[in-house]
Design a protein around this ligand. Structure first.
Ligand SMILES: Nc1ncnc2c1ncn2[C@@H]1O[C@H](COP(=O)(O)OP(=O)(O)OP(=O)(O)O)[C@@H](O)[C@H]1O
Length: 310
């Protein structure tokens, strides 16, 4: 039996149904990430799985105990370790095991050095670490995490994401995590579910979804930012698919260059759309004519209505 099975689930917020006909399975030892635009219904889905919201239609079956790490880190005014031990006591862990379990989870999340600090003296990033560690310490069958890295600066976010990823891979339970961006989904997830307007629009291993997105809408959401109209088709590309090459077969004009940490992002206009590419040599200017070669991309029907500009 799967750890979590949702079958045609509907969830309401007040009178409005915001999750529709959603089916999802989480197996033991698996991390499933839910990704989608703001308002897609991700938190609502998690709350329904956690039992905070009722399921208005369909069925939810869970084989085991569920723990939720919600968005706001609520910690009591006592030491970090006492906070984690309190959760373990509430979970029913025998007194003699609580201290070691708390310390183990804090160490896993590189928060061991914070164990004796008062929780109200922590920085935002430290609170997040402790918050995630507290969820892991419970060792639930199913752990629900709602944007566990929200509000952190990019570096703290990446570091906590890496540590959480390692900790989750060591765990035996299943995890359903709402993530904020694709990088987090890639770092954490065995499988990715893309939610839009309360419906699943794509599901599968992240690398497979990226290589073969099921629709143009999902492709754009996953980072396909180039778009060429080809008759009644539209060809979508990502940055690595587009190579500036004097021997290339496509004529393009540089619209603008955006210097970034890993190179220069170049926006290109072609007769039939817009492409974006990485470039690593300075000197390109808006208005320059260049040649381009495509080494990837995905094609979908719908070239006529595609704007080619985004
Ligand atoms: N407490 C609430 N009462 C009524 N409607 C709500 C409530 N919370 C959320 N909604 C609505 O339900 C829909 C789904 O919201 P939800 O928070 O689940 O989306 P989300 O995908 O988690 O979004 P975000 O990425 O912005 O956190 C939205 O239209 C939202 O406005």
């Amino acid at each position: 039996m799967s750890l979590l099975t949702l079958q045609d689930v509907a969830v309401r917020r007040g009178r409005r149904e915001v999750v529709h006909d959603l089916s999802l399975v989480v197996e033991r030892g698996e991390t499933v990430a839910v990704l989608g635009p703001n308002g897609a219904g991700k938190s609502t889905l998690l709350e329904a799985v956690g039992g905070v919201l009722p399921v208005a239609g369909g069925t939810r079956t869970i084989d085991g105990r569920v723990a939720s790490v919600l968005q706001t880190p609520g910690l009591a005014r006592r030491s970090v370790r006492a906070n984690v031990q309190l959760a373990l006591a509430w979970w029913g862990v025998p007194r003699g095991q609580r201290r070691a379990r708390a310390m183990e989870a804090l160490e896993q999340l590189r928060a061991g050095h914070l164990s004796e600090r008062p929780a109200d003296s922590l920085s935002g990033g430290e609170r997040r670490r402790v918050h995630v560690a507290r969820g892991l310490a419970l060792r639930p069958d199913l752990l629900l995490l709602d944007e566990p890295f929200a509000g952190l600066d990019p570096e703290a976010r990446a570091a906590l994401c890496e540590d959480t990823s390692s900790a989750l891979r060591e765990g035996a339970g299943g995890v359903l995590v709402v993530v904020h961006d694709r990088a987090e989904a890639w770092a954490l997830a065995d499988r990715l579910v893309v939610l839009m307007d309360g419906r699943t629009v794509a599901a599968g291993p992240p690398a497979e979804l990226l290589a073969a997105p099921p629709s143009a809408e999902v492709a754009r959401f996953l980072g396909y930012d180039g778009e060429l109209r080809r008759g009644d088709q539209v060809l979508l590309t990502r940055l690595p698919h587009v190579v500036l090459d004097p021997a290339g077969d496509l004529d393009a004009t540089v619209v603008r260059t955006l210097p970034q940490q890993d190179g220069i992002r170049v926006e290109l206009r072609l007769a039939d759309g817009v492409l974006r590419a990485w470039h690593h040599e300075p000197g390109l200017r808006a208005g320059d004519d260049v040649r381009v070669r495509l080494i990837g991309g995905v094609t979908f029907p719908g070239g006529e209505e595609a704007s080619g500009e985004r």
